[in-house]
Structure formats: C-alpha cells, structure tokens
Design a protein around this ligand. Sequence first.
Ligand code: GLC
Length: 452
Amino acid sequence: MKGFKNYLLASVCVSGMCFSSYGAVPDSLMRTEPDRQWEYVPSAEILSARQEFADAGFGVFIHWGIYSMFGQGEWYLNSGVNAKEYAKAARGFYPAHFNARDWVSAIKASGAKYICFTSRHHDGFSMWDTEQSDFNIVDATPFKRDVIKELADECHRQGIKLHIYYSHIDWSREDYPSGRTGLQTGRDESKRDWSAYYKFMNAQLRELLTNYGEIGAIWFDGWWDHDNDSVPFNWQLQEQYKLIHDLQPGCLVGNNHHITPYPGEDIQIFERDIPGQNEAGLSGQAISRLPLETCQTMNGMWGYKIKDQNYKDTKQLVQLLVKTAAMGANLLLNVGPQPSGEIPAAALDRFREMGEWMRENGETVYGTTAGVFPAQDWGVTTTKGKRIFLHVLTPTSTEIRLPFANGERIKSAVKFGSGEKIRFTQKGRGEAVLHLDTIPEGVDYIVEVTLK
Ligand code: GLC
C-alpha cells in the first residue's frame, strides 16, 4: 500500500485544510457543500482496485482530439476562437496513422500499467460513438472510427488498464453554465441549462461504462472552472459518482479539482507537482490517505503543441518517476499524439528507454510505499516491507547519510540487482551511513537495505 492505510477514514472528506488552489472559495463555504455532506463507504471491489492502482506506480496519459490538428495544445478553443468555426475542423480530422495496437504496445513496453485517455476534453468533442451529441469522432469526421472502442479493445487484449478522462467543462455546448474559462467561444449564455447538461454528461458516462468493457477509472477535470463563484457551484458529484460505482463497481473515481477529495473519490490527483511540492501552483491542498497520482507533461503541454519540442530526457523522467513513488504516488506521464494519429518520435524514444530501466529496476517502484524518511540531497527512498530502496540520484559524496528516525536497524545493504555488498556504519538505532567506493554516476544508483 502506498501510504494509505485506513480506507474508511480516507473515503470521507479528510478534515483539516480544505481550500481551492486559486484561493477564491473559502474553507468554511466549501465544507457546507452538499457534495461533502455524506459518507462514502467504498465497496470491496473498490478497495482492491485502489490497492491495484497504488501498486501500479506508473501510467501514461494521452491527450488527443481535434485540437491536436491546430498544434497549439488542448486549450486552443479558449484563445478567442468561435466554437462553431472550430467545430468545422472535425470535417478534416482523418488520423490515417492511428493504430491502437501500436500505441498500447509502445506504452506497455515503457513499463506503464495503465493508460488514461481523453474521451472528451473542454472543447466538447467526443472521441467515441456517442448518441448524446453529433460532435463526435464517428458522426462529425470522415474518419468515422470509434477511437475509444479500438483503444479499449486493445488495452483489454494486451492486459493494461484503461482510465477515462472526462471534462466537466464544455466550451462548445450552450447548456453548459460557463464559469471562468471558454468565455469567448460565441455561445448564447441565455441558453445555459445545468439540468440538461448534467443529464447529458451522465448519459455519456453511462455509455462509456456500458459499451467498452472494464474501465479502470473515470478521471474528471474542470471543477475549477467555477472556483471563483461567490456561492460554491453545485456539481452534483454525489449522484454522478454513485452512477459510476453502480455501473462498474470496481471503477475508481478521481477528480483533478486541485482541492481536498470529496466523498465518493477513490484517488487523489495532483497536477504537475509531486504531492508535497507546489511549484506549479495547483497543489496547495492537503494530502489525503487515498492512493495518490501526479500527472505531468513530457514536454510542457498536454495536447500536441508543434512549437514545444522541449521534452524532458529519460534521466529526468526516470528520476521524476522515482521521486513520485517516494512520495507514495503514481506518475501519470502525458503524451500528446500528432494529428496523424502518431505518437511523437521523441516520446516513443523515452517510452522505450524508460521501459529498459523499468525492466531492470521496476521492482523498486511497483508495489512500493512512500519513503521511510523525507527526500535527501542525494536522493529518495521507496519501501517494500523491510526492504528499503535507496535511490541515489544526485550524490555529491561517497558517504550516503540515512536519517532513520524510528529505531530502524540495518541488517544488510547491497547494490540492487547485482547483490554486491555495500559497507555501512550504524551506531545502535538511528542515523546510518553507507560508504560507497566512488561517487555514483548515471540515472539512479539503487541500494537495497534490509532492516532487522
Ligand atoms: C488542466 C487542463 C487540462 C489538462 C489537465 C491535465 O486541468 O485544463 O487541459 O487536461 O490539466 O491534468
């Protein structure tokens, strides 16, 4: 388990800090929200799905839709573009090179255990054959193929979980009551109709959870569109979450709202920051006891951005994965496929190299829990019972200090993989020091310490 022990406790709103990362909705108001006024008791299926999720360590996020054609990221419609004009692009969307088998194979070979795919992003375009709107990949494009169906079938065939990203926001539909984004798309505000929109979303979720086999999680995004409202917007999450759990009792619910989890949620998501860090400004919320996930881009953007070739290198990505695991969280690493349907070559290279690393060292990530002590200047730790994996990432000395604070005593220390003995000193219980022959170089020098 990754740092969450008390499932029941975890499932109700965790007390303590509750605040929006934008700071607009005060704590006291949020606590009175109807969606926080109930107690969620997760089923046995959910508890085991949470465990499986926490053990997975690594997933791949895919942002792909008609926005990819513009090569400017998934928020392009928000840049002063008219929604009706934007929708015309669908008529030219023909990703001739899309091949679910190639995608899933490349991702699986990276060591990722699940894929999270954007079924419908804020632009409102659905990537499956939905009956709730014609603005979808089968009815509105010459491609006419149900991408979710092809992906789901392939994920099931190759034995990798499929999670589905679903936007609460819709910048194209007039019934969506707009919040603080997508205000220049030319919609008639007088037509806003929450109850119609809510029905639409739930009918879509019903399709996704009925027609595509097992879905590992529904991953919501967009709650924050209304975080500036003076009275908290009522998203009616309770009923929606219940619908999901009723349709698929093992389907996890996550919401990228950047605040403390609501009852009914099974995982806690952090955007662009490892839990406990807040460099991107979206992660000031308290860390709950739910399984954790950090989503991060491989370059700087989620959807394909032609100008952004600033990909993190494999060393950075492996170290990011390890640091995320050391905080007890999974890394959901994003890729934005090209309009052709191909995953950018730079991303494929990194998937391949990460896979090579994971095949040798995955044991120190999969199924581990958070580190025994906080990150040190030399690196981080992950834990599996009495086995502690020291990930020496940025050493500046041959002496590696281990500030044990709970009376741990070292039984043995070996180089992970080769089993070569590593010298250590420890006086009684408490701080220990490893003595390496040279300052290690490379991506991650792993020492396996076994405690008495
Ligand atoms: C943000 C963005 C969105 C992206 C998501 C991924 O919420 O609005 O475009 O899909 O982050 O974490």
